[in-house]
Design a protein around this ligand. Sequence first.
Ligand SMILES: Cc1cc2nc3c(=O)[nH]c(=O)nc-3n(C[C@H](O)[C@H](O)[C@H](O)COP(=O)(O)OP(=O)(O)OC[C@H]3O[C@@H](n4cnc5c(N)ncnc54)[C@H](O)[C@@H]3O)c2cc1C
Length: 457
Amino acid sequence: MAASAYDCIVIGSGPGGYVAAIRSAQLGMTTAVVEKADIGGRCLNVACIPAKAVLRVADILTEVQEAADFGIHVAAPTVDFGEVTERRRKVVSTLTGGVAGLMKKSAIDVIEGRGSITATVSVRVGADEIEARKGIILATGSVARPIPGTQFGGRVIGTEQAWALTELPASLAVVGAGASGAEIASAYARLGVRVQLFEGLDRVLPSEDADISKVAERGFQRQGIEVRTKTFVEHVQSDEDGVSFTYGGTRGAADYLVIAAGRAPDVEGLGLEAAGVRLTDAGLVEVDSTQRTSADRVYAIGDLVLGPALAHKASDEGVIAAEAISGAQTHPLSYPDIPRATFCKPNVASFGLTEAQARAQGYDVVVGKVSYGAVGAGTVYGDRTGVVKIVGERAYGELLGGHIVGAKSTEMIQELVNVRAMEGGYAEVARMVHGHPTLSEAVMEAARAADGWLIHG
Ligand SMILES: Cc1cc2nc3c(=O)[nH]c(=O)nc-3n(C[C@H](O)[C@H](O)[C@H](O)COP(=O)(O)OP(=O)(O)OC[C@H]3O[C@@H](n4cnc5c(N)ncnc54)[C@H](O)[C@@H]3O)c2cc1C
């Protein structure tokens, strides 16, 4: 049963909210989390984790299909999507069970229900009003947004429904080739679904460096994805069997249309206006560098606030908010240095500025770029097409950005993020000894290229 007051109340139990709650409890505050759906938030239940569980299946299938390149011959593999679904659910329940366990271990009360805030720094859940003595952390995440002229329903689905499919459709049309759309396209195409991928801008993964998008698009085409950039989907009509639409004057059809073209903060019914919480012009909750909103003792984190909509960003903001509420010293986030990872094939990972952004900001830019084929591991492990690109600044050797496309890039990007966090530059990466044969040697070689002395080019 909920108490009538806590030091800190968190609304939402996603990667922002549950981490904030644990940090709050660690700092000695009595803490409660209010959750209207499932513990673990959207990330664990319907987004990051189920997505990666299905992508992992597609990765294994690809490896089996490519095994002949390594001298292993297997009969044509088949996918039992019922078992895939079962495993996906098990992965999710294992991880959400883990979060529930962490709440218990940290003596955090989990209150089921929809929370809203009042002008007196309390949280209302149903008929109960619970006082937050030191602060409230809003961590309610974001919801999918349809494209203009469409609405979700029937065969028009969002990314969360796309990852929750329990049968493999024959065809999917995916709108939006950002991280989420690219992951859906790359997973389902490799599982045997006909996938059309539409992007209004001129390339896939449009927020990545242009060189990286090129390599990714080639990879998508090899998987049979029908990529259409600079193309808008319109006149969407859904019926029982499928969905029809137009793109560039042509009629298209698919079993489902997946809209992966943006999300909006989930602020409905939160009581923000009455409590004096200001929103930005974009509808996000306005916060300072300690996540404090315009309302006294009310903080906001994660997808509700500015910055990349990523789970690890939400978690770190949760730590900052809890520390700020408790009065402990805290460290504001450096948003450009947050790693971004997309788990399509090929994997894409980056941080900081793209080459175009660095040039637009007036830096004297230096670029170091090598393919995985430049180092032994690329050939040994069977990925010579991956690319590491380092964007640096000439005078001081600063690492402005890192961009990797290819196997394991989502793991490898962390090296560059860490070096930058410790105020190292590309010259330092170039001189660090890297194990052999590893793909991380390609990171070292890209740094050497930026520093002007590429060895394996
Ligand atoms: C398909 C997909 C895949 C993704 N993959 C990745 C990935 O691989 N890596 C990554 O870093 N990011 C990924 N993201 C982004 C990531 O999911 C979000 O950035 C992250 O979930 C944000 O965390 P959060 O804590 O702000 O909110 P959420 O995870 O959205 O959790 C918010 C919680 O608040 C609850 N809530 C909302 N309103 C109320 C209320 N009034 N009262 C009580 N509870 C409420 C919701 O039910 C929900 O459980 C993905 C997103 C999508 C859609």
